[in-house]
Design a protein around this ligand. Structure first.
Ligand SMILES: Cc1cc2nc3c(=O)[nH]c(=O)nc-3n(C[C@H](O)[C@H](O)[C@H](O)COP(=O)(O)OP(=O)(O)OC[C@H]3O[C@@H](n4cnc5c(N)ncnc54)[C@H](O)[C@@H]3O)c2cc1C
Length: 97
């Protein structure tokens, strides 16, 4: 083990989603806003995408709240398709960093 003398240690350990607004709206939450594969929340008139959304993922083998730009972009397309009445799911298997 190596010991380092430093003035400050900054540790990035992820973040917790702020679900207060979703809870106040009566939406189901569980580590984010629970959505289906078409970005619909427990209120089908309300959609959620991006970092705040906990969505099904066949790749992850369950649900996942993915903090990544491609996830936000791809699920925006899913939400747009849902709004247009042409629900289409997506399989997001990658992200860049
Ligand atoms: C330091 C850092 C590095 C990252 N690097 C990468 C990377 O290399 N690759 C990658 O894929 N992803 C990366 N990410 C993650 C990526 O930025 C996010 O996953 C992505 O931006 C999520 O998009 P979003 O639209 O869900 O949320 P955001 O981009 O966070 O957008 C949410 C917006 O909502 C606004 N907002 C919040 N509350 C309210 C409110 N009550 N009323 C009105 N507006 C509100 C916020 O101001 C913000 O503009 C990084 C994130 C951080 C912080």
């Amino acid at each position: 083990m190596e010991r380092l003398d430093v003035d400050l240690v900054l540790v990035g350990i992820g973040m917790e989603p702020d679900t207060h607004l979703a809870c106040a709206a009566g939406l189901d939450t569980d580590n984010g806003i629970v959505v289906d594969e078409f970005a619909r929340t427990s209120d089908p008139d309300i959609l959620a995408i991006g970092d705040c959304a906990n969505r099904p993922s066949a790749y992850a083998g369950g649900r996942i709240r993915l903090e990544s730009a491609p996830n936000a972009i791809e699920y925006a397309k899913v939400a747009a398709a849902t709004i247009l009445g042409r629900p289409a799911s997506t399989a997001i298997r990658w992200f860049w960093s």
